[in-house]
Write a protein that binds this ligand. Sequence first.
Ligand code: NAD
Ligand code: UDX
Length: 480
Amino acid sequence: MVKICCIGAGYVGGPTMAMIALKCHDIEVVVVDISKPRIAAWNSDELPIYEPGLDEVVKERRGKNLFFSTDVQKHVAEADIIFVSVNTPTKTRGLGAGKAADLTYWESAARMIADVSKTDKIVVEKSTVPVKTAEAIEKILTKNGHGIEFQILSNPEFLAEGTAVEDLLKPDRVLIGGRETPKGQAAIQALAAVYAHWVPKENIITTNLWSAELSKLAANAFLAQRISSINAMSALCEATGANVSEVAYAIGKDSRIGPKFLQSSVGFGGSCFQKDILNLVYICECNGLPEVAAYWKQVVDINDYQKSRFVNRVVGSMFNTISGKKIAILGFAFKKDTGDTRETPAIDVTNGLLRDRALVSVYDPQVTEEQMRRDLSQEKFAWDHPAHIQPASPASAQKVGYVMDPYQATKDAHGVCILTEWDEFKKMDWQKVYDNMVKPAFVFDGRNIINPEELRKIGFIVYSIGKPLDPFVKDVSALV
Ligand code: NAD
Ligand code: UDX
């Protein structure tokens, strides 16, 4: 029986390994992590991440050919194929701080693999890493590995949160990069054989190592670029009276452009886009390509602009002061169908509102109060450094109310900001919300999920990203 061990039981390691176990009953899969609470959760009825369909997959294979353990060294030593799916955060200090990928966790995993291995291994980069990381990892492994043969593969993951199970079941492609030597090619074939249990052969792409590593960064950069492009258009729509949804639909009908990833929003969030683009920018700079670096940096800059533009609209529309006014935030997760808040635009928006002294009340169906408190009190980029997680500081986090019910959040509020596109916000009783709010009552829809005309009929003053401005918002914004 082939044995797979995955180091890192996170959003990627957990679901990807569960899918391999589901589809390959002839393979034993063990997911290991240094975090005891995380492994305990994977072994419990309350999985550590919320992902539609994942509970069923895990429950079906756990204890059969899917295991979760903190005994990292034992399972690494026993495995034939080792996936490494640990954090690769943005560096917070030193050379490249704020841009370069921090490979501390990756390197410590590699050194441990070299220490404990007694048989030849295939080591698979599952984490998103800078181009040429495989070369560095190869050096660490071969110089410390006591003559053991290691083949390094790059097998980046393209799943999106909220649809991870679906994405893993039917991936657009599986990408495997390896050395162009006979042993490298054999390793590629060994990994391809795992995926071939359920992925059609024509969807399993093989490349050299550097193409695979770079393709992951490029894919995220291209996806995020589409969002920043439509968000840049949303600002122009508001200035001209065009409607960003109509523009997105019209351009998306062009088969060369396509309709996906053109949903204007308060900004993209998530653990990947910003981190990976900053990493790409840094790699370009290090390779003497400042113009290319500047081009991709704009994608992140427009995203920051979109978030601050949203806060400015809230403050500007409410007579340039939100001091002491209650503002409800509906949705804190970075997108619907996940409890993940990493780099969620809600953090920057909430902090922006707090800077203007608003009284903020937040509701999200999947995010805990503890998580929101931590997010609002953490330094930029600190969230992805498991070793450095800072305790929640009382500063801003304490000024926020966290509630379990959207109607409680909006009661006595002056304004409502929709920051995550949860389906339940589309179906809310907006008349009831309006009746319980201070007048004039404002709705700022950062996800374009409500019908502005219907809410205006109720009496709300409505701002929807990239839609023609409410005459009230236009008039007041012109005054301030
Ligand atoms: P995560 O923080 O959810 O999980 C990483 C896990 O690795 C943590 O549980 C941590 O405790 C563990 N870990 C860190 N160092 C370790 C070590 N030395 N030994 C054992 N365990 C260790 O992160 P994630 O979202 O799963 O992302 C992992 C990688 O995959 C990152 O490089 C990320 O960029 C990439 N990625 C993420 C997504 C996504 O949607 N989240 C998608 C594609 C790629
Ligand atoms: C992304 C990539 O899609 C995935 O392939 C990669 O493996 C990891 O990074 P993820 O961050 O989980 O996945 O979610 P995604 O659906 O890409 O959304 C990212 C952010 O962009 C979210 O905040 C989402 O709300 C926002 N978004 C997405 C928009 O604002 N508009 C869109 O049209 C699409």
